[in-house]
Every structure is written in C-alpha cells, then in structure tokens.
Design a protein around this ligand. Structure first.
Ligand SMILES: N[C@@H](CCC(=O)N[C@@H](CS)C(=O)NCC(=O)O)C(=O)O
Length: 444
C-alpha cells in the first residue's frame, strides 16, 4: 500500500484527484500544502525539490520509500487500487481515455471560462464564448455516454469518474447555472452522485452547484495583480466587465504613455496558480480565543534547553504549569511495524517537528524512538496550549498527527507525572512502552 506526501497548494483540484483516489484505495497520504511543510512558489523552486521534481510543479508526490512522481494524473493512478484503475485491459484503457479526455478536452476551455470569474485571469469575451461552445460539445459527449451508464467505466466509481469530476468541479461551482446545464441532465446526475460519495466528500467537502453564472471579477483581478513600481494607474471596467485600456496619469511623459498602452507583459501577471494561492484567505491565529496564560512556555523551553532537566527545568514546569491554559498528551506512533532504519525514524520525528514549526509558541514535545533498526517504536509527551489537540485547528498541522494515537493525560495522575519526568529527562523505566523496547537503546 502506497504511503507518502503530496506537495501542493491548498484547494488544488489537480491534487484532489490523488487525494480522492487515496480515500478509495486506503493509500496513506499526507498533504503538505502550507508552510512550514510547503510554501508554493518557494519550496517548489528550491534545489532539493527540483532535484526530485525537475519541473518544480505541483502536485508532486514523494513516497515514504523515496519514490517520486509528478503529473497529477500519474500520481492519482499510482495511489489508486486495481478496481479504480480498471481491472481488465479494456477497462484500464477506457480509464486512460477519460483521463486524457479530461486533460485535453475539458481543462483548456474550463480554465478559459472559469479563471476570469475567479479574478485570476484577464477576461476575453471571444475566448470565453469559444470556451462555452467547446464545453457544450464536451458535456454533450458525456451526457450521451452517461445516458445508459451510472459511471464512466464499469459499474463502480473509478479513476475516470474521479478525474473527470474533478476537472468539472470549478465549472459546476462557478458557471454551470441551471439553464446552462439543463440539456445535460445525465452529467449533472452523475456529478452529484460522485461528489456525494463519502470518499469525495472527505476531500471536497460539500459541493454546492452554481445557481447564477459567475462573471468576470474585475476588482479581484486588479487586486491580485502584482504591485508595479510605476505610478498608480486608473482603470475602467467596461459594461461586459472587461478591463479597458489603462490610462497613464497626465504628468507622465509621452514615452511612458506609449509603454503603458501596450498590454501588460505576461511575466508581470501572476500565473493562474500563484493567483489561486494569493486568493486564499489568510489564516488567523487558532489560539486567539484562549485567555492569557500565566505559564510562559518560552521560559520553560529556555530552561529545558539550557539547564539541567531534573533539577531545574522539571521543577519549573511543575511549579508553573497552568492546567486551565494547557493540556498534556501522550502520543504513540501507530505503525511501528513499518519503522525500519533508526535514522529514517528520526527523520520522521524531526520532519514532524519542522512541519509543526508554527506551533512552537503553543506547544512543547519530547518524543523518543525506542529500540533498534527494524524493531522500534515512537512515543512522546506533548504539551499543548488549550484543552484540545491543537492539530485540527489548522490545516498546516495535519500532516503527521493521524499517524499517532493521542491520549490526554490527567495532570494529577501518577502516570502523567512519571511520563512527564521520563520523557522530559529521556531516562527512566518507561514501563508503559514494555519490553524489549524499554531495555533497548534509546535514540533521541
Ligand atoms: N499537468 C500538470 C500541471 C501541473 C501544474 O501546472 N502545476 C502548477 C500549479 S497548478 C504549478 O505547480 N506551477 C508552478 C510553476 O510553474 O512554477 C499536472 O496535472 O500535475
């Protein structure tokens, strides 16, 4: 069973294909879509990323075993099972047919029509009208095919349905208003069936079909253009919503006027993906609602890093811990049988810490790898701001936490006191870990 990380930006429909396929197949997929794990425009241009994915594009997949793959359809294929891929040569070929159909027949006109409505591409009336006509043809083909079928290939949902439905996602959300989709009832019936499957819902959430065709969002488009150094320009919006010729300010020189009359050079506009990312709402502090705490986590961390654990840091922790403002959790890695080389398991732990860097001000953890190569387990003590597990509070933090079981400890219990002491000091009996691990070597 495949297990690995999918690098993408949030809400990327290309990544959705792989994510939904993984929901069906049971492949274990971590999503790296936000800092610190992944910053679109930075991480994907770093030498380390380019070494694995030379185009620097996302989605990109890296297996826990190091296997790297780019191109969203290939990733979705890899994360599928045989049932999704088509279990006969004919079915598999038909799946490929619909995947190619989505790439070459749906995506180009869908992008031309939908992106201006999201304000991430300039509006061009002719291009939009042409896209609408192309999509009518595409929808008619699908409608005809689905006239006698529930799904695109075979009797069950497969990769063809996942891929084509994801390609139609933004169309159905933004522009396919009831009158436009009315001639294609089989397509809408099939699309609604797909997106209401639990495996789709787990990734897409509730998909609300468009009620009124969205138009070009000129304001958003203007806002999302990168700031230029040139003086401010006035901008008018035509009745159709198209941006008219930009007018330079009067005091600018004639030469400058000439320049400004040219359409903006392509490289100055955001590409569709950067614009989609810029459109993401800014995340707010997930702990903002909590009352101020008397326990200064930073101060404890300073003592823990610089002074003796048992004589200084631990007593400070016990004396100052704020049970209303913080909670203590025991975490155990769920798949110890998959841990092989110790250095890889250590990377797993440190990778998790790196991905959770933004939690630094609100959490502390001491995690230990017990045992030896090919026979080990991981567990730790986590201290979190608030009384709930912090991970679900932010999409940024959800990559690793499902690989662990989490148990909130009663701060007054002997169990908690012992665990805190042992994990903080990295020494002790670790009775709960059991033999042979608690007698074996401890990698810290
Ligand atoms: N055919 C590719 C397209 C991937 C693609 O164009 N990705 C864009 C984001 S939507 C990207 O990563 N662009 C970054 C760049 O070009 O630097 C796929 O389906 O995976």
């Amino acid at each position: 069973m495949a297990a690995g990380t999918l690098y993408t930006y949030p809400e990327n429909w290309r990544a959705f294909k792989a994510q939904i396929a993984a929901q069906y197949s049971g492949a274990r997929l971590k999503i790296a879509s936000n800092p610190p794990a992944f910053t679109f425009g930075q991480t994907n241009r770093s030498p380390a990323f380019l070494n694995n994915f030379p185009l620097g594009k996302v989605p990109a997949y890296q297996g826990d075993d190091g296997f790297c793959l780019f191109e969203s359809s290939a990733i979705a294929h890899y994360l599928s099972n045989d049932a999704l891929r088509g279990s006969t040569p004919q079915a598999a070929a038909q799946v490929l047919q619909w995947v190619s159909f989505a790439d070459s027949e749906i995506i180009p006109p869908a992008s031309a029509w939908v992106f201006p409505t999201l304000g991430i591409m300039q509006f061009n009336k002719q291009a939009t009208e042409q896209a609408k006509e192309e999509l009518k043809r595409v929808l008619a083909v699908l409608n005809q095919h689905l006239n006698t079928r529930t799904f695109l290939v075979g009797e069950r949902i497969g990769l063809a349905d996942i891929t084509v439905a994801c390609s139609l996602l933004w169309l159905y959300k933004q522009v396919l208003e009831p009158s436009f989709r009315q001639p294609y009832p089989n397509v809408t019936r099939w699309f609604v069936t797909c997106v209401n499957q639990p495996q789709f819902k787990a990734v897409l959430g509730e998909v609300k079909l468009c009620e009124k065709m969205a138009q070009f969002d000129a304001k958003k488009f203007a806002e999302m253009q990168p700031k230029k150094e040139a003086p401010a320009k006035k901008e008018k919006v035509s009745k159709e919503g198209g941006k008219q010729q930009q007018q330079p300010q009067q005091q600018e020189k004639k030469e400058k006027k000439k320049e400004d009359k040219k359409p903006a050079p392509a490289e100055e506009e955001m590409d569709e993906c950067e614009a989609a990312l810029a459109a993401e709402p800014k995340t707010k502090d997930p702990f903002a609602h909590l009352p101020k705490s008397s326990f200064v986590l930073d101060e404890f961390k300073r003592k823990y890093s610089n002074e003796d654990t048992l004589t200084v840091a631990l007593p400070y922790f016990c004396d100052n811990f704020d049970r209303e403002g913080f909670s203590i959790w025991y975490a155990e890695y769920r798949f110890p049988e998959e841990l092989t080389m110790a250095f890889m398991s250590c990377n797993l732990i440190t990778g998790m810490f790196q991905r959770l860097d933004k939690l630094r001000k609100n959490a502390f953890a001491s995690v230990i790898l017990f045992g030896a190569n090919n026979d080990s387990c991981i567990s730790g003590i986590w201290v979190f701001r608030g009384q709930e597990l912090a991970f679900p509070l932010s999409d940024d933090w959800q990559i690793d936490y499902e690989s662990y079981t989490w148990r909130k400890l009663d701060v007054d219990s002997e169990e908690c006191k012992t665990m805190v002491k042992e994990y903080f000091a990295w020494e002790g009996e670790f009775k709960h870990v059991g033999k042979p691990f608690n007698q074996g070597k401890i990698f810290k």
